[in-house]
Design a protein around this ligand. Structure first.
Ligand code: GRF
Length: 201
């Protein structure tokens, strides 16, 4: 008997610019064994380079500038688009917008983010500069569940990246990005398979 095709989790990815993490999620999803598929890539900038990349891959996209709109009003539009696409999960990937509490509440437990630091260290911006300035031995990246507080939800997975003696923030960021691309698809795949039971301790 032919094997029944695996039912894949449907993921919408929100980006603001380059979209390299989105691309990593998308390329990983091409494997037959990947338990998720990307059903929408949305951006708060219609010119985000990541949107053209997704379009070229045949993925539905949505781009709208948030400028001049109230946060909750903009988020409601994104929510409608994500639901229209039939997404079960949202992956934030370089989405540079704070989310309204209403939006976060609607997607509680079904929205992940990638952050370029070893959380709980260095929430917010300039994470690599801060890690180097502090004399840390390692930088890195974390995938976490999105909660109402910025970069604060339960951490699902992390990759440590050694800081070199002469590292600059840019050089470290480039190496951490390689780690991000691997970590995000692995953690997202685990999460849609097993949920929160796979939280790291
Ligand atoms: C990544 O470093 C991500 O961790 C951070 O913003 C950057 C986005 O890069 N939140 P890209 O758009 O995924 O290439």
């Amino acid at each position: 008997m032919p094997e029944k095709a695996m039912e894949k989790a449907r993921v919408a990815v929100l980006i603001s610019g380059r979209g390299s993490n989105m691309a990593a999620l998308l390329y990983a999803a091409k494997a037959e064994s990947c338990p998720y598929e990307i059903v929408l890539v949305a951006a708060n900038d219609p010119d985000a380079p990541g949107l053209s990349l997704a379009r070229a891959e045949g993925i539905a996209t949505f781009g709208l500038s948030h400028k001049g709109m109230k946060r909750a009003e903009f988020d409601a539009i994104i929510d409608t688009e994500v639901r229209k696409a039939g997404a079960d999960y949202i992956a934030l990937a370089g989405y540079m917008r704070l989310l309204s509490p209403e939006f976060v509440a609607k997607w509680e437990g079904r929205m992940l983010n990638i952050h370029p630091s070893l959380l709980p260290k260095y929430k917010g911006l300039h994470t690599h500069e801060r890690a180097i300035e502090a004399g840390d031995s390692h930088g890195g990246c974390s995938v976490h569940i999105v909660t109402a507080e910025l970069d604060d939800g339960p951490v699902l997975g992390q990759t440590k990246v050694a800081i070199l003696p002469d590292d600059t923030a840019d050089a470290l960021a480039a190496r951490v990005l390689i780690a991000e691309h691997q970590l995000y698809s692995r953690v997202l795949a685990d999460y849609v398979r097993h949920g929160i039971s796979h939280l790291q301790s």
